[in-house]
Design a protein around this ligand. Structure first.
Ligand code: PEP
Length: 298
């Protein structure tokens, strides 16, 4: 039943999008709506050292404070280093890349939500495809999401299909499952919509240089928003930020950010270069009609 519905929905969206695409630039600019302040997140993964932090921050455009919300998710050991070093970029939020679902106990090498808060983070990524590749399943992603919220962290829940799933037409089915299992524990009262972020990260686009087209990103992000609405509340879903992630670059940032449901990015590779990261933020800010000094685009 859902399969048929997904197919019909996909076709309807494609027809609508093709009509919109034909009138060039009709989607530019896309001021942010629904109180969803755009969010750009850097995922440093397992890169950089404490000695790199000052240089990185010095390389960020000073104006990043006035545009989208910006968060950096470094390796966990660098969180206190970044927190201490942020200085003039004090509005930049920090995040961890994972957390353990239990609040304490015999879990050698793991970190709970309270420790991550203590280290200076506001956000935490859960369900990243690189952790799913190491065996993490949707049910565990859901428990981590609950643990993050309980600790006062804002989870960034990653979902996305594999290449073979896109090619065999099961993308929407995969996402429907990922969302319904990961969000199953969310009940009334729902968290403040600003406290939960979803990142659509097609696995075939992560670190591959193969980006989803802006139309593909918009289709899936809109689909995710509707599923959040069906599962929880449409009014709430309209205020939840949904990011796109997967080989975002300075060149493709503008067209992706111009899509009305794309509220920002989760960025791996390009976030390691502060100049590229600043330019991506600037481009997203411009299409979302945010006040951001264009000098960054020199
Ligand atoms: C990621 O790691 O979440 C990611 C999107 O990486 P990249 O930007 O390198 O594709």
């Amino acid at each position: 039943m859902n399969d048929l519905r997904d197919r019909i929905e996909h076709i309807v969206r494609q027809v609508v999008m093709e009509t919109v695409e034909r009138s060039a630039d009709s989607w530019l600019p896309a001021p942010f709506v629904g109180g969803r302040r755009p969010l750009i997140v850097a995922n440093w993964k397992m890169n950089l050292l404490a000695a790199d932090v000052q240089k990185y921050l010095a390389g960020l455009a000073p104006q990043i404070e006035s545009g989208p919300e910006v968060a950096i998710c470094p390796p966990l050991v660098l969180l206190p280093v970044l927190r201490a070093a942020l200085g003039k970029h004090s509005q930049v939020a920090l995040g961890a890349q994972d957390l353990h679902p239990f609040p304490f106990g015999a879990h050698t090498g793991e970190h709970n939500g309270a420790m991550i808060v203590d280290a200076g983070a506001d956000y935490v990524i859960v369900g990243h495809s690189e952790r799913r590749a190491a065996g993490e399943q949707d049910e565990l992603v859901g428990r981590k999401l609950q643990a993050a919220l309980a600790a006062g962290l804002r989870p960034i829940v990653c979902v996305g299909e594999q290449l073979d799933e896109r090619e065999n037409g099961t993308t929407l089915k995969v996402l429907r499952n990922q969302l319904s299992i990961a969000l199953a524990g969310l009940a009334s009262p729902l968290p403040d919509p600003a406290d939960l972020v979803v990142a659509y990260e097609p696995v075939w686009a992560i670190g591959t240089g193969r980006t989803a087209t802006a139309a593909q990103a918009q289709e899936i992000v809109a689909f995710i928003r509707e599923r959040l609405g069906e599962l929880l509340s449409f009014a709430w879903a309209a205020r939840v930020r949904i990011l796109y992630g997967g080989s975002v670059t300075v060149d493709n940032a503008e067209s992706l950010a111009a899509r009305p449901d794309v509220d920002g990015f989760l960025i791996g590779g390009a976030s390691l270069d502060p100049d590229k990261f600043s330019k991506i933020i600037a481009r997203a800010a411009r299409v979302k009609s945010l006040d951001y000094n264009r000098e960054v685009e020199r």
